[in-house]
Design a protein. Structure first.
Length: 310
């Protein structure tokens, strides 16, 4: 699931930008005080532990190996092997979890053909376990390439889905493309800081577009992972599901690990399927700093974590 912690919509608060600069000067051990709440840990066994805890509560998961935008094929191959190990481990431990991956981690930008082979190998392994792989969406320069990669993969595999971002103005038109009919989506707000020409900047505009996209997807029979921590959007989704009489096998809710556990538990108690995005890996620091640079509003959560720590 793409991370989105919003304080004032997509507007960048200058104070938060200063906080980002401050956080980047802190020792890793201090930053980890924040990161550990939202990351299972550095090792795969940490993710296994977290997923087992979630499964025991009737909550499903998707595991993500931290890392993105790699610059060499050797790094991509290492990431691929880690993804394969995750799938093997999910099967071994009988976890109710699938896998999420970032295409730039698997070589999309280095060489699209190489990336295709990498992801195909992962999908083949997942298929052998009757499991599912979600292709994350990253920043706008990779949107077209990611959709093209997904469409090519879907020609051969039916156990693959993609993420779409409601803050991009193009997204509603994207999901209406005939070749994307029947896609299994994760719909989220989005995190990356994008130009105003291509992205909605106000909180309510992003919400409105999210609702419009969700309405279209549900009306057209898509499976949708409704990925949000926004109470407003969850209430709207509840209303839409009830009014349209959407069967439980056509949607699920999705949230990030460590975020709004009470809301997560309420959705679960209401009888709706909810999936938690569980990231792990040694690249947690880079992941955290990248998220701060992409969305400085998230710095507010770090500040609260640091100064409320006791």
């Amino acid at each position: 699931m793409t991370t989105h912690f919003s304080i004032i919509g997509a507007t960048v608060n200058p104070i938060n930008k200063l906080i980002v600069s401050f956080v980047k000067l802190l020792p890793k051990s201090v930053v980890y005080l924040f990161a550990k709440k939202y990351i299972a840990g550095e090792k795969l066994e940490d993710a296994v532990r977290v997923v087992k805890e979630l499964n025991a509560k009737g909550i499903v998961a998707t595991i993500d190996v931290l890392g993105e935008a790699v610059t060499s094929k050797s790094e991509s191959e290492q990431a691929k092997n880690e993804c394969l190990q995750v799938l093997d481990t999910i099967n071994q431990h009988k976890l109710n979890s699938n896998l999420s991956l970032k295409p730039t981690q698997l070589g999309l930008v280095i060489d699209p053909e190489f990336g295709y082979r990498q992801i195909s190998e992962i999908l083949e392994r997942a298929k052998s376990y009757n499991n599912f792989v979600r292709i994350d969406m990253e920043d706008s320069p990779t949107t077209d390439a990611t959709i093209a990669m997904y469409l090519r993969l879907r020609e051969k595999y039916d156990n693959v889905g993609i993420v779409i971002q409601a803050y991009l103005k193009r997204t509603l038109n994207d999901v209406k493309r005939p070749e994307l009919a029947g896609t299994n989506y994760r719909l989220c707000k989005g995190i990356y800081i994008e130009p105003e020409e291509i992205a909605y900047k106000s909180k309510q505009c992003v919400r409105d577009n999210f609702v419009e996209i969700l309405n279209y997807l549900l009306d057209n029979g898509n499976y949708v992972g409704i990925a949000t921590h926004d109470d407003y959007l969850i209430d709207k989704a509840y209303e839409m599901i009830q009014e349209k009489k959407i069967p439980e096998n056509k949607f699920e809710f999705q949230m990030l690990y460590g975020v709004k556990e009470k809301l997560r538990d309420k959705i679960n108690a209401d009888g709706h399927k909810i999936r938690i995005y569980v990231p792990f890996g040694e690249h947690w620091y880079k992941y955290s700093i990248r998220r701060l640079q992409e969305n400085p509003n998230m710095a507010w959560h770090i500040t609260k974590s640091i100064f409320s720590f006791n």
